[in-house]
Design a protein around this ligand. Structure first.
Ligand code: ADP
Ligand code: ASP
Ligand code: MG
Length: 409
């Protein structure tokens, strides 16, 4: 008997009918002779709606209360999906994060899974039950509710697969798998049969929200192989696993886009040791996630730093930087620019192929798209462009690398 973990996202449990579809799939998997653990998200739109309601009381609601509030979305789903299973005669039980033994550490709204004590789940499985576990939630050792960051049900599914030693972990969603780019943006994007953890991680952390990036990190760390596939059909999906040598033949596996980015440039910084530490330290203390960081020396011999961040963080970044700049030098000044987006091309094949960046930049140039900042890592090249051109940019790069075509073996 195999143990199968299946995660169903918000759209997949987005209505009573969809929940019945989920229940039918779970029953089928169970009738095939498997033990089944479902992990479910809140119904689509519910988490956003709850956040909107909380913000009626102020732009920065207390994070502890946000956790208490947001965890209710998943709790509605587990009870309803369990009832849908009862309706078709399946012995099922709902399981909250606490009942699943998921203990967390870290901050509210960004909890990290520290440990899972799966005794209740194991016992219930032995009793022949199908489990419906709430994604996205855990509790601290002190009993406080934590949520696991947006998209965090993916993490719950992967962590539970590791803790229970599941034979199969499937992430069932509203697309057939991981594509070469978001199919909503690039209509001729191609479904990938497989992708390495590192590529999936880079794509997820640069805007491909098909998987939560922290969940991919966890999967890599614990060697959980998982498949992303559709909850609405039986097409084979995309396997996410450790890389193997044949994967390096493909130069670019996929392209990601991230909108709503902003750039901050600080000019007039004395070119002496310690300055970057002070500036970035202030942003770190304000818990602002920086993405690209570029620094250079201007004509006047002073240093300048530019970095990108989510545009929602711009106000807080300015507030955090003000006192530091006043302290550094009278000449230091901040410039900001919103309305930018980031395009990233990702592939482990970049390690062994040259000329990738120039091919990408030429494609953008030919499409008349201006490049702002550039950053590279071993398996990623990222650029910023004007947000109004990001979809054209994605299509241009996708075409230039012929990602719609099956790679030649
Ligand atoms: P769920 O609610 O099931 O967790 P998400 O909305 O989080 O689903 O993720 C699925 C969505 O991710 C798809 O509808 C798709 O628009 C988007 N997406 C972004 N990049 C990709 C990609 N490279 N491949 C597939 N889907 C992608
Ligand atoms: N409901 C949560 C969110 O919308 C978690 C998830 O869907 O994975 O982010
Ligand atoms: Mg998701």
């Amino acid at each position: 008997m195999a143990l199968i973990v299946q995660k169903y996202g918000g759209t997949s449990v987005g209505s009573i009918d969809r929940m019945r579809n989920v229940a039918a799939r779970l029953k089928r998997t169970r009738d095939e002779g498997n033990q089944v653990v479902a992990v479910v998200s809140a119904m689509s739109g519910v988490t956003d709606k709850l956040i909107g309601m909380a913000k009626e009381f102020g732009e920065h609601p207390a994070e502890r209360e946000m956790d208490v509030l947001l965890a209710t979305g998943e709790q509605q789903s587990i009870a309803l999906v369990t009832l849908a299973l009862h309706e078709i005669g399946v012995d099922a039980v709902s399981v909250t994060g606490r009942q699943a033994g998921i203990s967390t550490t870290g901050s509210h709204t960004r909890g990290r899974i520290q440990d899972i004590e799966p005794e209740f789940m194991k016992r219930s499985l032995e009793e022949g039950k199908t489990l419906v576990v709430a994604g996205f939630q855990g509790v601290t050792p002190e009993g406080m509710i934590h949520t696991l960051g947006r998209g965090g049900s993916d993490l719950t599914a992967i962590a539970i697969s590791a803790a229970l030693g599941a034979n199969v972990c499937q992430i069932l969603t509203d697309v057939d798998g991981v594509y070469t780019c978001d199919p909503r943006v690039v209509p001729n994007a191609r479904k990938l049969p497989e992708i390495s953890y590192d590529e999936m991680l880079e794509m997820a952390s640069s805007g491909s929200k098909v998987m939560q990036s922290r969940s991919v990190e966890f999967a890599k760390k614990f060697g959980v192989v998982f498949e992303v596939r559709s909850s609405l059909n039986d097409n084979p999906g995309t396997l996410v696993l450790e890389e193997h040598p044949a994967m390096e033949n493909v130069v670019i596996r996929g392209v990601s886009i991230e909108r709503s980015q902003a750039r901050v440039t600080i000019t007039g910084i004395p070119d002496v040791p310690g300055m970057s530490g002070k500036i970035l330290g202030a942003l770190g203390d304000a818990e602002i996630n920086l993405d690209m960081i570029v620094s250079n020396i201007a004509h006047d011999g002073m240093a300048r730093h530019s970095f990108t961040m989510h545009s929602n963080d711009l106000g807080r970044a300015q507030a955090a930087l003000k006192p530091v700049l006043a302290d550094i030098s009278g000449e230091a000044a901040i410039e900001t620019e919103g309305g930018i987006a980031k395009l990233s091309a990702v592939g482990i094949g970049m390690r062994s192929h040259s000329g990738v960046a120039s091919r990408m930049f030429k494609a953008l140039g030919d499409a008349g798209i201006n490049i702002g900042m550039i950053s590279t890592s071993e398996i990623k090249i990222a650029v910023t462009v004007d947000e109004t051109r990001i979809e054209d940019a994605a299509r241009a790069v996708h075409d230039a690398f012929e990602l719609d075509k099956e790679p030649v073996k």
